[in-house]
Each structure stands twice: as structure tokens, then as C-alpha cells.
Ligand binder design. Structure first.
Ligand code: ZN
Length: 242
């Protein structure tokens, strides 16, 4: 059984389409999306429509919440706020109702799914350091937890003795007795200086988890963002992946 876990599509339909094409090619059985379907990118409506159809699990992200008025966007930086306000005006009622009803967490196949730190999922804490990751393991009981939110992918494992380590290679064999915390990165706005879309592929038959990268037509997304007069900083950052 192969499951793709994506997050932070952020209205970037070109990136989402490229990832969905790859997972189709790879004969992936299931798709989970960990939130921030919208915000930043130029095609929020199309992304929500596609994710509603294709993902068997969708989770609430902070930009989704802000786009439907459930979280105050006042604490967003000015670019994020402009984009989220524009997003709010473009979504139809059905998409807004869908985003409003999303859960903060879900458990599937022994994996806890959340957008941000799973301990307090509606508080949108970032997991950026090994200390954050180590603390995270105490806040869930499942074998593994997959998150997004920082737009920087990682795979961290916890051994039976409690020690934690990060996998450097981008892939990992799931060892019996170990627990895993995986950040799947971002489909629509990667920030680890690799501009390609990021997602995680879990293969339960092989017992592996892997962060995969998919190139997409960045210029097409940028062109649409210009047309909708979205902030230049958000347009430029896509090609540098930061
Ligand atoms: Zn995000």
C-alpha cells in the first residue's frame, strides 16, 4: 500500500497538478493533505476543488482558517495577509464551507496527521529544531505523526531508548520499534532552497518513507500571481525556494 502525504499547496495549482501526476504514475493508493490548501498562490478555488476530490483526508491549516475568517489574519505578515484577503474574496461558498469544516487532526493507518505541532494543533506551533521534534514525540501516542506548516521537509526518528535523530538522505526504512515524525514539506511554496514541490511517500509493503521532489512550471504560477497583483515577494520566492 502506497500513501502520498502532501501539505501547504497554497493555491499553487501547477505544483499540485505535477505532484498528482507523479503519484498517479507511481500507482499510489491513497492521498492525505495536511492543510494550507490556500493562501499565497493564484488558484485557491481550483486547489480546493481538486483536493476535495482526490484526497481521502484533508486537514485544517492556519491559512485555510484565516481565509474563512476562523483565525485572525492580523498576526500574519503583510504579504501573507494581502494574499489571504484576496483568497477570501475568490473562494466560492462551497469551498469556504468545506475549509471551515476541516478537522485539526486525523488518525489513519496508525499515523497521526496534523498541520502544525500535534500537541496543540490549533495553536499553529512550528516544529523547526531537534528540541521541538523531541518534545513533539511526547504529545502523540501513535507510531508516527506527519505534519507540514514550516515548508521545510524532514524525517526524524525516535528509538526505543527515547533518543531522536534526523535522517539526512530524504528517505528512511521504517524500523520496528521506532517512531517517526515526518514533515512532508510544501507542494506550493517550498522554503528549503529547493524550488521543486515536496511531498512524502509512504510504502507500507516496503516499509519505507521518502521525501520526493517534483519540478513544475513555476513561471506559469508566477504569471497568474502577477495577473492577480499578488505581492511581488511571494512571486519571486517561488523560484528560489525560500
Ligand atoms: Zn503553509
Amino acid at each position: 500500500m502506497k500513501t502520498a502525504v502532501i501539505s501547504d499547496v497554497h493555491g499553487n495549482f501547477e505544483a499540485l497538478r505535477a505532484v498528482l501526476e507523479e503519484i498517479e504514475r507511481l500507482d499510489v493508493d491513497d492521498l492525505f493533505s495536511l492543510g494550507d490548501a490556500v493562501g499565497y498562490g493564484p488558484e485557491p478555488q481550483a486547489c480546493v476543488d481538486l483536493l476535495r476530490r482526490e484526497a481521502s483526508v484533508n486537514i485544517m491549516g492556519n491559512h485555510d482558517a484565516a481565509a474563512v475568517g476562523m483565525t485572525d489574519a492580523a498576526h500574519f505578515n503583510v504579504n501573507a495577509r494581502r494574499a489571504v484577503e484576496w483568497t477570501r474574496r475568490t473562494l466560492d461558498e462551497e469551498a469556504a464551507a468545506f475549509l471551515s469544516a476541516l478537522p485539526y487532526t486525523r488518525c489513519r493507518e496508525g499515523i497521526l496527521l496534523a498541520h502544525a505541532s500535534p500537541g496543540e494543533p490549533g495553536a499553529w506551533h512550528y516544529v523547526t529544531t531537534m528540541e521541538d521534534a523531541a518534545l513533539c514525540f511526547d504529545s502523540f501516542t501513535e507510531e508516527s505523526c506527519f505534519v507540514g506548516h514550516t515548508h521545510v521537509p524532514f524525517i526524524v526518528s525516535q528509538r526505543p531508548d527515547g533518543s531522536v535523530e534526523a535522517t539526512e538522505s530524504g528517505g528512511s526504512v521504517l524500523e520496528e520499534g521506532c517512531r517517526y515524525l515526518v514533515n512532508v514539506g510544501s507542494v506550493g511554496q517550498p522554503r528549503d532552497r529547493d524550488s521543486r514541490a515536496s511531498y512524502a511517500l509512504v510504502d507500507t509493503g516496503e516499509g519505507t518513507v521518502e521525501i520526493r521532489r517534483v519540478p513544475y512550471d513555476i513561471s506559469k504560477t508566477q504569471e497568474l500571481m502577477r495577473r492577480h497583483e499578488l505581492p511581488p515577494f511571494l512571486i519571486e520566492r517561488l523560484e528560489s525556494g525560500r
